[in-house]
Design a protein around this ligand. Sequence first.
Ligand code: PLP
Length: 454
Amino acid sequence: MIPNSTAARDVAYLLHPYTNLSAHRESGPLVISRGKGIHVYDEEGREYIEGLAGLWCAGLGFDQERLVEAASRQMRQLPFYHAFGGKVPDVLVDLAEALMAIAPKPLERALFVNSGSEANDLAVKIAWYVNNALGRPEKKKIIARRKAYHGVTVMSGSLTGLAYAQDGFDLPVSRVVHVDTPHHYHGAEPDESEEDYATRLAEQLEATIQAEGPETVAAFIAEPVMGAGGVIVPPRTYFEKVQAVLRRHDVLFIADEVICGFGRTGNWFGCDTFGIRPDIMTVAKQLSAGFLPIAATLVSGPVYEALVAGSDKHGMFGHGNTYGGHPVAAAVALETLKIYHEMDIVGRVRRVGTALQEGLRRYIDHPLVGEVRGLGLIAGVELVADKASRTNFDKARGIGAGLVRRAQAHGLLTRAMPGDLIGFCPPMIIDEAGVAEMLRRFDVALEESWSALR
Ligand code: PLP
């Protein structure tokens, strides 16, 4: 590394999230200096398609003058205010109203925070608070799924079902129970239909709730499509059957829409795509197109009424963050939602998403590819060592990571997830030509990886 370069100073001063720290000391960072449309540029000016919209968040790409203007207007008018103690910045009310206009039923109200992790933490606190208010203090366990990604705080990191987010941190904490990942490709028996597999998973959920004691289970949390666990689309009828089990045992459904929200799956929310009626829902990322940190936890009418009862008992609803619902972030989110409406984001994702899904499904016959999955503008290609037995490569070989490095060299940034799953979640402004170019770059990397293995 050149002394005093950005890379050298990065190694000297930064502690990197989700990074192998000793490898990073040797390799240094990829320094990104600017962005435009679906592209970002490194400090040498090399252009990359951002195939994962950064961290699944930059839904409108990397330059949007209207968002810049919304932020600077708000900064001039009211750069900080909060919603504690019954006050409120006016723009936050506008945002809450705009969010409720598109939120799935029966959600009614939102509390704003700064990140998806905080929103999920709050969702759990709300489930606990509600059950205390309803006089059932034992009903506190949360059921999550293996391979789920719900964040990194002590509780959201416990809900996450991925070893890499828990190893060394003494997570998960108690009160969290994990059930199976709903992944037909690996989880189903030979010849088991998606519907039968979904029935079996719902029965397993039922058995878990019975074993734990229904009077101890507060909530079930799920991403409609699992993102960081490997873009896992649930089998047909899964959520319908899961919701029937939850209703029987009075268990709340927390929908984590941090990735799926705001058009990504070809509807406003993943809940719409899968017929989920959540009691609590969390949103972040594309809420502000990633331009500023803002997230929210939404609650249904009955959950809200229980919160009111709890607040009467305790004297207040005792939760809030200094920067939760920050007016500048709220102004940017409000403008983001306006842009989504104007560009008909749902229609656009359906149209361009078809090009992405059809384009990727062409690889299903490739000798390295086991499964291609996804919907709307989120997709994944899973690499396997043996197609017939659906066996993955030994993790230590880093086959997926190698492909991602090659893709980077060809101007495509994406990510390898557990099980050598290559993820695609481009900015939703991408068009058919952008998809074609992204797939061309992926194609070159895939062929290079395949040649290296032969
Ligand atoms: N939930 C899901 C589905 C996510 O993908 C993420 C982040 O990737 C989170 C929650 C956590 O959000 P944050 O990183 O903003 O804390």
